[in-house]
Design a protein around this ligand. Structure first.
Ligand code: DX5
Ligand code: ZN
Length: 217
């Protein structure tokens, strides 16, 4: 599809001014607001949990795109749905019963997404792709903002696009990690639909202008 969305990650926001930063996103061309949940187990970092997600929900006028980088996400799907998530994305590598997890996400009323780490091939999604609303291709190893974009991601976007077309899936392709003006246009051309951007947006002198630049790259 020609869908081109930007989902700025509040991981790079100023948490002392979170309301201000979310209001900036409300006024910008951002489509979704990306919420990165890290548990110190699935990834070697801890970000934030329910209280911050609830603040985001309270102030945001845009859908919350919640990315769970946590082990045993099944334990918390309902709580994140109740906290106001519009989409819930789990990591393939954290889900031994992924089909069931995806059904539970859908039953909660959220858009169901599955993220794959840089080492996981797109082919692992062959038997779940028709159930998904979103495939998140990680373009860095998850855990930290501000890392370098992995170039093999372009090949994975092409693989994901082929799989989606072959199986007639409606899934959107989202890319997360190291997205900036050097790769945004190429990612959209390769078939990506949603770009997550953390540091490139919040480190810019005008974050909302950077969101527009990425969106029209
Ligand atoms: C990576 C997170 C990303 C991160 C992106 O572990 O899932 O969403 O915040 O940040 P940047 O855009 O700085 O790579
Ligand atoms: Zn993320």
């Amino acid at each position: 599809t020609n869908t081109r969305l930007i989902s700025p990650s509040i991981l790079s926001a100023d948490f002392g001014n979170l309301q201000r930063d979310i209001e900036m996103l409300n006024q910008s061309e951002a489509d979704w607001i990306h919420v990165d949940i890290m548990d110190g187990q699935f990834v070697p970092n801890i970000s934030f949990g329910f209280p911050v997600a609830e603040v985001a929900k309270k102030h945001a006028t845009k859908p919350l795109d919640v990315h769970l980088m946590i082990v045993e996400p099944d334990r918390y799907l309902k709580r994140f749905a109740d906290a106001g998530a519009s989409g819930l994305t789990v990591q393939l590598e954290a889900c031994p019963n992924l089909h069931r997890t995806v059904q539970v996400i859908k039953e909660s009323g959220c858009r169901a997404g599955v993220a794959i780490n840089p080492h996981s091939p797109v082919s692992l999604l062959e038997d779940i792709i028709t159930e998904l609303d979103l495939v998140l291709v990680m373009s860095v190893n998850p855990g930290f903002g501000g890392q370098k974009f992995i170039e093999n991601t372009y090949k994975k976007v092409a693989d994901a696009r082929n799989l989606i077309e072959k199986r007639n899936s409606k899934a959107l392709i989202e890319i997360d990690g190291g997205v900036d003006m050097n790769n945004a246009g190429k990612l959209f051309s390769a078939g990506a639909n949603v770009l997550v951007a953390g540091s490139s947006v919040f480190a810019a002198s005008s974050p909302s202008q950077m969101i527009s630049s990425l969106k029209h790259a």
